[in-house]
Design a protein around this ligand. Sequence first.
Ligand SMILES: O=C([O-])C(=O)C[C@H](O)[C@@H](O)C(=O)[O-]
Length: 258
Amino acid sequence: MSRPNFPVNRLKTKLAAGQPAAGSFLFTGEPALVEIMGYAGLDFVIIDTEHTPNDSLQVQHLVRAAELAGITPVVRVLANYPAYILRALDVGAQALLIPQVNSAAEAESAVRAAKYGPQGERGMAGIVRAARYGFVPLGEYIQAANDNTMVIVQVESMAAVRNLDAILAVDGVDAVFIGPADLSQSMGLAGQFENSEFRRTIHGIIDRAKAADVRVGIFCAKAADARYWREAGADMLAVGADTMLFAAAVRDLVKDLG
Ligand SMILES: O=C([O-])C(=O)C[C@H](O)[C@@H](O)C(=O)[O-]
């Protein structure tokens, strides 16, 4: 009988070492694209279930593909509810991206749902995929899960910006992640990504996270934006999505064909 191992959380290792990490969103439910992102050298993939129809079974296939290719599977849950968080973790998500976290209480709720006791009150299941179907002693699995699981909360509204210092102080929040599209909407500047007040606000979030020694991520539409925000102090750069990357490649192909 072989003894299964738990995967190394590459995103967590890099961020803990003070190194920036690069990844992308996965909007389709295609495991091959997760493998390609891993083999190409990205550190993490954000499997989205907020804006996609991907269900838990599909997420499980995608997480498996990520483990195979050595890329950290982050799952963006549909909403900040313990049941969604539990589903993502039980199939093997190594990190959670929680949308629309606007207060310390909401961040605390996410951490409670993501961690087993004593840090939290995640529902116990020792025979699920994350627990290696019971092939690892329960106590060992619980410890590994609590050590490995990252909680990343999205700062994407003015309420979150106002409450940012309290959110940053929540024990168990590994990183905050800026959602530029939602933030711009919340500021009454929907889609105005070059607006100076909007950019000042993002700089302010990064600076406050740095001052609190909390890692900070951001969604970037293109590599140039990722380089800019990395220079400004962002640690976790999520650049585009599988759909965007494919769309760009096909657009270029059609142009090249003339
Ligand atoms: O508000 C945001 O920018 C985000 O949460 C990242 C997203 O993936 C968003 O940009 C989107 O789906 O267009």
